[in-house]
Write a protein that binds this ligand. Structure first.
Ligand code: NAD
Length: 476
């Protein structure tokens, strides 16, 4: 079945687009086109932003408890359609269905969490001074542009519009062109549960649509997840118009295996933490740092663990590695496989296309050994199922290699000695670092430093990025 949208979602309904160009949606496992969306132009963006602007004052004036109730209703709507959305995401981006389901299961939890924050985040606080007092008010920033990538479409939208709507902002979402069909299911759910018209708007399209949204003078804040290159372009545009901006960008995170790590227990875990979603995860631990004395043993354990993870049809619940999202992404990953070999890294697993997959954008899960941290495969985000294993001599060396990166998004330290691992985690320069785990809680802030971005999402301060503080100071 082919699904074609020639509309955007604004003013609470599907409105015919101004732009006539469309973008195909392609199933990466079969290479079949099964949908299309409009490549929105500046007029489409303007209509969406004006819809959000018109709805702004009334939404900002609602009681936070009412906003919380609507966010909980949105969560309930997602619960009901979780399987349908997961299947659609897998068809669009090739995520293994087990991953799509796991990501989707987080979405209602996210909306409920932000609903709670709408109720508990204080709207006003009072400061008493020697000369009088001051009321510090939290006010919504206004229209938020939420621009998202294809690898985790609904959670990454939820991380933005959840706190935005909770804070009293209205929003225009610009999903990735690869995963725009599921955004229309969000629109359906929002309409069904009674989110007022104009509070949530969706405009589809590619880079130009995103750029027009960022540049729109009525947009007051941009929340972006995507590549570092796009993030820098967006930051530049926001600087020129002094818009608030949050950037969640790429990563090249390190997993440090300590010398006392039990490889039998950790290798299967590390392998899956290194390449979740076929390696298309921003915080994947793609540089594994292993003690030199245990280097070959670690490589063997990781290779055995990766080899045991099934590659195939992403709709099969047992599949761990599916296709990459697009032909372009596969070409990019293949160029890094060639580069790693040229740079002198040793291919210990994979390194090419898997046999028997003539259709679909598949590459083999690949493990490179003898990688040094100056190689491009150790420095650049590949965004595919490619692990580099680097030896280290002392813990200080491991920390310095982990920190010698242009990125700083994730990280991991693995040891049965939790406190020893935690001390080392404290020394890693990154926004998030796990000790014997790769899953992070939504109750804690998430984001990166250096080329991995600016600002944080999730956590109890989530509404801060969507509120302005206004001080009313009064004579005593
Ligand atoms: P991308 O940067 O190409 O696109 C992301 C979104 O931005 C898309 O909607 C795209 O249309 C839009 N866009 C692109 N250029 C733009 C511009 N100049 N102005 C406005 N909008 C623009 O990224 P992608 O290929 O879709 O996603 C993969 C990247 O996302 C990886 O680098 C990955 O690390 C990153 N990512 C980061 C996180 C995180 O939380 N830090 C999470 C997931 C993905």
């Amino acid at each position: 079945m082919t699904t074609r949208y020639d509309s955007h979602f604004l003013d609470g309904r599907l409105c015919p687009a101004h732009a006539s160009e469309s973008l195909d949606v392609i199933d990466p496992a079969t290479e079949e086109t099964f949908g299309s969306v409009v490549d929105g132009d500046a007029a489409d963006v303007d209509a969406a932003v004006r819809s959000a602007t018109s709805a702004g004052a009334a939404w900002a004036a609602t009681d936070p408890a009412e906003r919380a109730e609507l966010l909980r209703a949105l969560a309930d709507g997602f619960d009901k359609r979780a399987e349908e959305i997961s299947q659609l995401v897998t068809r669009q981006n090739g995520s293994p269905i087990s991953i799509a389901r796991a990501m989707q299961s987080q979405v209602p939890l996210n909306y409920r969490y932000f609903a709670g924050l709408a109720e508990t985040t204080p709207r006003e606080s009072m400061i008493t001074t020697a000369t009088g007092d001051a009321i510090v008010r939290r006010e919504p920033v206004g229209v938020v542009a939420a621009i998202t990538p294809w690898n985790g479409p609904q959670p990454l939208i939820a991380w933005k519009i959840g706190p935005a709507l909770a804070a009293g902002c209205t929003a225009v979402v610009k999903p990735s062109p690869e995963t725009s069909l599921d955004a229309f299911l969000l629109a359906e759910i929002a309409t069904e549960v009674g989110i007022p018209a104009g509070v949530l708007n969706i405009v589809t399209g590619g880079r130009g649509t995103g750029a027009a949204l960022v540049e729109h003078p009525l947009v007051r804040k941009v929340a972006f997840t995507g590549s570092t290159a796009a993030g820098k372009a967006i930051a530049t545009a926001c600087a020129l118009s002094l818009k608030r901006v949050t950037l969640e960008l790429g990563g090249k995170s390190a997993a440090i295996l300590l010398d006392d790590a039990d490889l039998t227990a950790f290798a299967p875990f590390v392998a899956s933490a290194c390449t979740p979603n076929t390696g298309q995860t921003c915080r994947a631990l793609t540089r594994v740092l292993a003690p030199r004395a245990r280097y070959e043993e670690t490589i063997e354990a990781i290779v055995a663990a990766v080899r045991a993870l099934p590659l195939g049809d992403p709709t099969d619940p047992t599949t761990f590695y599916g296709p990459l999202v697009t032909a372009q992404q596969r070409d990019r990953v293949e160029s890094y496989l060639a580069l790693g070999k040229q740079e002198g890294a040793r291919v210990v697993l994979g390194g090419g296309r898997p046999a028997g997959f003539e259709r679909g954008y598949y590459v083999e899960p690949t493990v490179f050994a003898d990688v040094t941290n100056d190689m491009r495969i150790a420095r650049e985000e590949i965004f595919g199922p490619v692990i580099s294993v680097l030896p280290y001599d002392t813990v200080d060396d491991a920390v310095s290699v982990a920190n010698d990166s242009d990125y700083g998004l994730g990280g991991g330290v693995f040891s049965p000695d939790r406190e020893r691992a935690t001390d080392i985690a404290r020394r890693i320069e990154t926004g998030t670092v796990g000790v014997n785990t790769a899953s992070f809680p939504m109750e804690a802030p998430f984001g990166g430093i250096k080329n991995s971005g600016i600002g944080r999402e999730l956590g109890s301060g989530s509404l801060d990025a969507y509120t302005e503080l206004k001080t009313i100071f009064r004579a005593g």
